[in-house]
Design a protein around this ligand. Sequence first.
Ligand code: HOC
Length: 348
Amino acid sequence: MELYTVLDYERLAKEKLDKDAWEYFNYGRERKWCFQDSIEAFSRYRIRSRVLQDVSKRCLATTVLGQSIPYPICISPTAFHFFAHPDGEEATAKGAEAAGALMILSCGACSSMEDVAMAAPGGLRWMNIYPFTDRQLTEYTIRKAEKLGFKALVVTVDSPVPGIGAVSEHEQLNHPSHRMPVYEADIPSARAAKQESITNHFKYVDEMESNPKATWEYIRWIKKVTSLPVVCKGILTAESASDAANAGVDGILVSAHGGRQLESSPAPIDALAEVVEAVHGRGVEIYMDGGVRTGTDVFKALGRGARAVFLGRPILWGLACQGPEGVTNVLQILRDQLDAILALAGKT
Ligand code: HOC
């Protein structure tokens, strides 16, 4: 099968992945409204081109939190890459490095932070955490991120209660590995988790990621214990964006968690403008993930105020189809499409 577009990668990944892995990656909450709408919402926006501009020299380069990137397309945190490739996130990191793309490493990764850092020493990376109930675990992960050269922390804030655990048909999908960052922590909660025999990874995910007691105080505390910039992931409204700015965050990743948390969340592309407006002039960078499948989608997200766009499932499809090379190819396909759309829209 020829792989020219991200949707080609999706089709082939569906064939290649085992059924459970596909179901896990493709999961969307309940009736999948948010999952579907995150993709379809892009079709409601039109591009008004301005013709006969000199668009011969175009530049896609930008910066995120002071770091230069060659184009504004990056990798969102997704868990368990081992389901897509035997080398897990090490393979993804290699593909990202080759493409010059920023990668956010999920704290639900199968590869350790050390192994990822070693696999792609030249790559730009941010580390994902949750407001874990055990703050020792959070601080442990932060210190490791600092030591290993991760340039920012991305705190997922949309999971006060379990998201995917209620899905009974996934219950047989076993946890792929015990090599995850949180398992490796030499602190009591992680040691206890490691000793438990965990056969159902959804149960594990639920236990680790949800903390119904977390408030913005948690983010203020993270800001105090580290000098790394902090990005909040999972914000979709002006009110939460404003709370985030008040808590001192450096960035907001507008995201609906791939439609896996709240079924009736707005599509990220729809939510973007109100978030941008809410924190305008407050020094907070805004990014977006959710439903991006073409360079046109990237262009629309940038047009509505995102500084960069992040990819979740498309990266997993690239990884499943061709390993690191597939990750690189998916990023480059979108980069090239974006470049062409810029010209067609009359922008440089
Ligand atoms: C600490 C475990 O939220 C999903 C993710 C999984 C995150 C795992 C984090 O599958 O939607």
